[in-house]
Design a protein around this ligand. Sequence first.
Ligand SMILES: [Zn+2]
Length: 93
Amino acid sequence: MCSVHDGPGSWGEVGTQFDHADVVSPDDAERLLADLTFNVADNLWPDELTDPWPLCTLHGDHPLNPRFAAGKAAWVCLRDPKVTIPVGGLGGQ
Ligand SMILES: [Zn+2]
């Protein structure tokens, strides 16, 4: 479950079908993270009210998209597969 807040206001919550009793491999964990990140970006992010984020580090004129790529949850550029940044790796970008 992921709950997104902006100060006292809540944007909402999204979750996955993960259960604590499930045996989760590292690959499964990355897929769960990719699904959760996609769900937040697709269903909670108010993109009609904000500037595009996160901006593509190569092109700078469009947002990156969350995907499961090369075995990792990542932000990717849909125009250039070389731009693949692990979820959590954007730092101050
Ligand atoms: Zn790009």
